[in-house]
Design a protein around this ligand. Structure first.
Ligand SMILES: *Cc1c(COP(=O)(O)O)cnc(C)c1O
Length: 415
């Protein structure tokens, strides 16, 4: 059904078509930690990957499986493994597939905690080069003999740089590199990394897919495009048991999820699966609100700069227009010298001062004092993060109410 029907139709009906008991429309919340077998051979077959089934909930649970299936359909991928958080998905993917002595090329504009765990990987002996991923030349120049993986985000947070996704995909295909795309900021509704030849797609389900700021989760989807047969870090025992196309995602499930233990709870999986049903409706509204706000702020005399890929002045506006059908709900802006950014934020009445993103409510945070505080002033200056930068995760409020809140808060902040 997923091949013919539209995006929302497909995810709305995906649980039902897995035929849960009693004709339930949602996959029930299965809280069992373990499963019993009348014939021990059944249990043995599950352990030896000879039969599908469940043994212990750390590495597989029917409620979580239903969500994984939904994410696979959204990404038009081959298979998905869900995790307790987006960070668990990222760390498990790298730990499962990369060894000390291997090299990764990563974007220099990564999500803060991803940048931080990349440092931990470096401390463990993985070599990582950070490059400006808005131009494929920088990736090409960083290639080494031991390069295994390229790790990119679609739209960077907070300054909204857009990676040269298609050209990087072509390069990874040519060189046989695992191409990992963190699609959190765009979500599969706005962009499917499989269309630019991504091997693995990461989503923080906490953000747009769950969408209501009420459950943490993460996922990694194998698009089916990477040929794992010659990938050197696949364990010998898996090679004997598993179909070649499933080697990568199975190693992520075993080494990353089962051994790493960052398991998504069935309750959170259910919450995220229900939230996901409305992602297209929510994002259409959030993106329209973001575009309206970007236009308003861009011409406001107290605002020095707006960072939003939907603006024609954005450096990658052309690239973004060619690969995304919306420009996302995330934007940032900076205030002119002399306008106090804390004072402005405190004048906002509707918009909430909060660090999350992808919620239905509009959230604002001062970047230099919070999410990029640990980097220090010098690194922030290098990255082009002004002290007055404010990041917005634009929600689904009525547009006029949002615009009015920004108008009155700016008016009240005039020196
Ligand atoms: C939030 C986020 C993550 C981490 O997700 P959590 O679910 O909070 O662990 C990873 N990548 C990006 C781009 C994010 O925005």
């Amino acid at each position: 059904m997923s091949d013919q029907k539209g995006f929302t139709t497909t995810i709305l009906h995906s649980d039902r078509l897995l035929k849960p008991e009693f004709g339930a429309l949602h996959q029930p919340v299965h809280t069992a930690v373990t499963w019993g077998y009348d014939d021990v051979q059944g249990l043995v077959n599950v352990f030896q990957n000879k039969a599908k089934g469940y043994a212990y909930s750390r590495q597989g649970n029917p409620t979580v499986t239903a969500l994984e299936h939904k994410v696979t359909q959204m990404e038009q991928g081959m298979a998905t493994v869900a995790f307790s958080t987006g960070m668990a998905a990222i760390s498990a993917t790298v730990f499962a597939l990369v060894k000390a002595g291997d090299h990764i090329i990563a974007s220099s504009f990564l999500f803060g905690n991803t940048r931080s765990i990349m440092q931990t990987f470096m401390d463990l002996g993985i070599d990582i080069t950070f490059v400006d991923a808005t131009a494929v030349e920088n990736i090409k120049n960083a290639l080494q003999e031991n390069t295994r993986m390229v790790f990119i985000e679609t739209i960077a947070n907070p300054a909204t740089q857009v990676a040269d996704l298609g050209s990087i995909g072509d390069f990874c295909e040519e060189k046989g590199l695992v191409y990992v795309v963190d699609n959190t900021m765009t979500s599969p509704y706005i962009f499917r990394p499989v269309t630019v030849k991504a091997s693995l797609v990461i989503n923080s389900l906490t953000k747009y897919i769950g969408g209501h700021g009420d459950a943490l989760g993460g996922s990694v989807t194998d698009t089916g495009l990477f040929n794992w047969v010659n990938y050197p870090n696949i364990t010998a025992v898996l090679r004997q048991q598993i179909r070649p196309e499933m080697l990568g995602i199975t190693q992520i499930r075993k080494r990353g999820l089962r051994d790493g233990g960052g398991t998504l709870s069935p309750e959170a999986a259910h919450t995220i699966a229900v939230g996901a049903e409305t992602i297209a409706l929510r994002l259409d509204r959030a993106c329209a609100n973001a575009a309206a706000l970007a236009g308003f702020l861009d011409t406001h005399p107290l605002v020095s700069k707006v960072y939003y890929p939907g603006l024609e002045s954005h450096p990658q506006h052309g690239l973004a227009s060619s690969i995304f059908h919306r420009f996302g709900g995330l934007m940032s802006f900076a205030l002119h010298d002399g306008v106090d950014c804390f004072e402005f934020l405190n004048h906002l009445k509707l918009v909430i001062k909060s660090s999350n993103l992808g919620d239905t409510r509009t959230l604002a945070i001062p970047v230099a004092h919070t999410i990029f505080f640990e980097l220090g002033a010098e690194r922030r200056a290098e990255m082009g993060i002004p002290d007055s930068m404010i990041r917005l995760s634009v929600g689904i409020e009525d547009t006029a109410d949002l615009l009015e809140d920004f108008r009155q808060a700016l008016e009240a902040s005039k020196a």
